[in-house]
Write a protein that binds this ligand. Structure first.
Ligand code: F6P
Ligand code: MG
Length: 454
């Protein structure tokens, strides 16, 4: 399905696409190459020409070999044909390059191309070239991990008692907030979670403080959907980042299961290493083993062991499920979640029929919901999600803004934010729009909802 509005492109000097393609991506590639070298030297394994392949991708990215983006070579992946068809479809009058192409397409293409280097190198087919980074970052969030584990254990005991619907709603909102800001890994926003302390001034103040940075907040509608006991209790979470964010998503999932608000949680990870830190199926095991390893997290073993045993229990009971689809690592917008949708979009859409709430985590998933197009920022959410507004699925996006596309703002809000950004001395000096950086900073968030019944 095509979008009537043009996408953000890498030659838009006012867009984060511009610096992403020129400064961020080469650095990411350098990191991948350094990781392979480290693994080769530590493990003494053969690299099978992998480094040369990665260097070539880097040369192409820097425009040193040939500018034009070529179709991906067949590496046996079923998604290759679709990537190449999209390349053709999205190429305009001039050939597509990393310097001028649509941001969303070229970025997905780059990650797929890096993966292809590994897929075609002997012994490296299954290697997660971002694993080291993900694990290091998780380890460094130990204090917040422990704090949440303590609160979860206290809460979990109380949840088995008689809890009023009003208390559950307060908790639901808290966990949503934690999972939302987990996307920015903004640890200062963790608030008190025990039932008695819910109304404490500190918790309320912290919530209020973060709440003013939530520009669109449909949490009330999401609560109505999740607390609807007439529906089978399945909740879906389309995951974003491993490490602390996945940890907050998991705690939220445990809360839904413990409280009976959900009977099953279906997580949707990525099947290949993606956008550096995204969750892959293997990351569930990594999460559990990190939490249960006394050498990884040394303090508060009792709470951490309890947490990991809960995850293992629900996983082996089939109440926590990791469900893969090639759809999540195509370059396609989520407008393909429809009957006949490409790249696995149809199958996912069909599967989501059984869910009472589908939560999309993070920035990239959000960009795909709105086609990463240049919508005026006052565009209603129902317009920007195109056919999803009437797709008969209940969708809720939890996103801290790290890219240009933002919709659903009240008249005048954008101007106010740009003014604030400039006055805080943080102007993007190289753009024609010095106030735009607020939208890239991860300090603001949106949580829009649709019941798919427009
Ligand atoms: O804007 C920077 C960026 O890396 C984008 O390329 C991407 O959309 C996003 O951030 C990734 O963030 P998240 O992990 O929240 O999807
Ligand atoms: Mg991510």
């Amino acid at each position: 399905v095509a979008c009537p509005v043009a996408p953000y492109c890498n030659d838009d000097t006012d867009s984060f696409a511009y610096t992403s393609a020129r400064a961020r991506w080469p650095t990411i590639l350098d990191g991948v190459i350094a990781d392979v070298k480290q693994t080769v030297s530590e493990k003494g394994v053969a690299e099978d020409g992998l480094i040369a392949k990665l260097e070539k991708v880097k040369q192409e990215l820097l425009g040193l070999v040939e500018l034009v983006i070529r179709p991906l070579e067949d590496d046996g992946g079923e998604d290759i044909a679709l990537y190449n068809a999209e390349l053709k479809r999205q190429t305009g009058a001039v050939p597509m390059t990393y310097a001028n192409g649509p941001w969303l397409y070229t970025e997905c293409y780059l990650y797929r191309k890096i993966y292809s280097c590994f897929k075609t190198s002997k012994g490296w087919e299954e290697y997660d070239f971002f694993a080291r980074q993900k694990l290091d970052a998780f380890k460094s969030s130990e204090s917040a991990v422990v704090e949440l584990a303590i609160r979860y254990k206290a809460l979990s005991a109380q949840l088995h008692g008689d809890v009023s619907k009003a208390s559950l709603e307060v908790l639901f909102r808290e966990f949503i907030d934690i999972s939302l800001w987990g996307n920015a890994t903004d640890l200062s926003l963790l608030t008190t979670l025990s039932l008695d302390q819910l109304q404490s001034l500190q918790g309320a103040a912290a919530r209020q403080k973060s709440e003013k940075n939530i520009l669109v907040n449909d949490v009330g509608k999401a609560w109505a959907a999740v607390s609807d006991t007439t529906k089978y209790g399945r909740v879906d979470i389309v995951l974003d980042n491993a490490g602390f964010e996945f940890y907050t998503d998991m705690i939220f999932a445990l809360f839904l299961l413990d409280s009976g608000l959900a009977e099953t949680i279906v997580f949707h990870p990525k099947s290949i290493p993606w956008f550096v830190s995204d969750v892959m199926p293997v990351d569930l095991g990594v999460l559990v083993s990190s939490l249960s390893d006394p050498a990884f997290f040394t303090k508060n073993r009792e709470e951490l062991d309890y947490l990991s045993s809960q995850i293992m229990k629900y996983s082996s009971d089939g109440k926590i499920i990791m469900r893969q689809s090639p759809f999540w690592t195509t370059s396609l917008a989520f407008w393909e979640l429809r009957e006949g949708g490409l790249g696995g979009g149809h199958e996912v859409w069909d599967d989501l029929r059984a869910s009472k709430l589908v939560i999309f985590k993070g920035d990239l998933n959000h960009r795909k919901l709105v086609y990463d197009a240049k919508w005026p920022r006052t565009t209603p959410w129902a317009t920007a999600i195109g056919p999803l507004a009437s797709a008969k699925r209940t969708l809720f996006s939890l996103r801290t803004c790290k890219a240009d596309v933002v919709v659903g703002l009240a008249e005048g809000k954008e101007e106010e934010l740009e003014k604030f950004w400039i006055e805080s001395g943080k102007s993007e000096k190289d753009t024609g729009r010095p106030g735009i950086g607020w939208a890239w900073s991860g300090k603001w968030a949106v949580m829009p909802f649709t019941d798919g019944k427009e």
